[in-house]
Design a binder for this molecule. Structure first.
Ligand code: PMP
Length: 302
């Protein structure tokens, strides 16, 4: 996702849902004692709205509550209540196509680390515009690099937790930016490919699609699951999950990335290696088209 969201023509002023109330953007303030700020102690989701429908809302909420559980954060609101809050916030912002940022923070506490001295977790729902990668990258394919920095190991901080602490990804993203590209492939500490800084990764070879498995240390991407369980089968293909080395990606016919913001985007080069014909391959294009078709009409909310 690009960091610079364009200004949106809003029919109504922006409203943000915080701890049970819709407030103006100016009033949506977090305490300097919130452990989300002090320690990155919390978790989040990024969700898309297509034509007023909240894509895979149920899966995102379930992943958020799983992340919270994995950091022993008891959300202030039951899942159903937060689901309603997300729907209310989307409605209050009058945007048919939007990006939702949903956050659970540990809440206000002391300056010490102790997470259980924060009596009430914070809950925030932001609905705003979305800027995806530049359109020409979808046409030509995207150049990526391989980050020198590995993905943080599962035993240290499982990347399946979508936590507010994204510094491992941000430092790899800085490597990408320094190399004049927008995304970086991250290896795990065993030398296998895990994912990118904000996207999951797939390779296609001889018509077969593969992606690193969950235990490679990845975020269990909702778009990744959509490709594996819905889009690929609809096109008569299946996706294999298996440990993958970088060399397989260099030698692939096609490589593509998936993410809520990026959707599906082809990779044309990894460092100095052109992938396939150095453009976006036919299977990636078919998956992209199927993705667009499904979200354009009644995007699935489950
Ligand atoms: N990996 C990481 C590290 C991410 O932050 C994301 C989300 N931007 C993804 C993969 C893609 O996940 P999803 O399809 O659920 O957006």
């Amino acid at each position: 996702m690009s960091e610079n969201a364009p200004p949106v023509a809003r029919s109504v002023p922006q409203r943000i849902w915080m701890d049970g109330q819709l407030v103006s953007k100016e009033d949506a303030k977090v305490s300097v004692y919130d452990h989300g700020l002090l320690y990155g102690d919390g978790c989040f989701e990024g969700i898309r709205v297509y034509g007023g429908r909240i894509f895979k809302l149920r899966s995102h909420l379930e992943r958020l509550y799983r992340s919270a559980d994995m950091i022993r954060l008891a959300p202030a609101h039951p899942l159903r209540e937060l689901e309603q809050a997300v729907r209310d916030t989307v409605a209050a912002n009058g945007l048919a196509d939007a990006y939702i940022r949903l956050l659970l923070t540990r809440g206000v506490g002391t300056l010490g680390l102790h997470p259980f001295r924060c009596p009430r977790p914070g809950t925030i729902v932001i609905v705003d515009a979305i800027q995806i990668y530049p359109p020409e990258l979808y046409e030509r394919g995207m150049r990526v690099i391989v980050a020198k920095r590995p993905r943080i190991p599962v035993s240290c901080l499982d990347p399946a937790i979508k936590s507010l602490n994204y510094l491992n990804n941000i430092l790899a993203k800085i490597e990408a930016i320094d190399a004049d590209v927008l995304e970086a492939i991250m290896l795990n500490t065993d030398g296998f490919v895990s994912e990118c800084t904000g996207d999951n990764i797939f390779a296609v070879k001889n018509g077969r699609i593969s992606t690193p498995p969950e235990d490679a240390g990845i975020l269990h991407g909702i778009t990744r699951a959509f490709v594996m369980h819905e889009l690929a089968p609809a096109l008569g293909m299946r996706v294999e999950q298996r440990p993958m080395r970088l060399e397989e990606f260099y030698a692939a016919d096609e490589v593509f990335l998936t993410g809520t913001a990026a959707e599906i985007i082809g990779v044309s080069e990894i460092g100095d290696h052109a992938i396939g014909a150095g453009n976006v391959g036919p299977i990636t294009k078919k998956l992209e088209a199927e993705f667009k078709r499904r979200v354009a009409k009644d995007a699935p909310e489950d």
